[in-house]
Design a binder for this molecule. Structure first.
Ligand code: FES
Length: 124
């Protein structure tokens, strides 16, 4: 039997925009330990080999940060806190049910456009 691949990847935006920049930041003094909390909780539950947390840069949804993307599923969670992360791990990652109350609003995260359709829209 081969080495199993992870069941989930969790991409947590770790961008911190400098003070005075128009966009709010996904990482500020109140939220800077959220990634560590996510990784530690997965470790404590014995899930780290099958649920891989990954630090990313900006995913262009800064105004509702802190955000993270759960794959598979393209599920983007917004306005994160440690408490929300605990719930997302229990209900979504372990329980298999998307936590709708913390999902980013649809107007900010609509259905994806396929690359082929994008090229058609651009007239290429
Ligand atoms: S800084 Fe996190 S989405 Fe832009």
């Amino acid at each position: 039997m081969g080495l199993p691949q992870p069941a989930f990847y969790i991409f947590k935006c770790e961008q911190s925009s400098p003070p005075g920049m128009p966009k709010p930041s996904c990482v500020n003094p109140h939220t800077q330990d959220i990634f560590q909390h996510l990784a530690q909780t997965l470790m404590q539950k014995g899930l780290i080999a099958t649920v891989q947390p990954i630090r990313t840069s900006c995913m262009n949804r800064c105004n509702v940060g802190p955000i993270m993307l759960v794959e598979p599923g393209h599920v983007m969670y917004a306005g994160l806190t440690k408490e929300k992360i605990n719930e997302i791990i229990d209900r979504h990652i372990i329980g298999g049910e998307v936590v709708q109350e913390y999902v980013i609003p649809a107007e900010l995260w609509d259905a994806p456009i396929t690359p082929a359709d994008m090229m058609k829209q651009m007239g290429r």
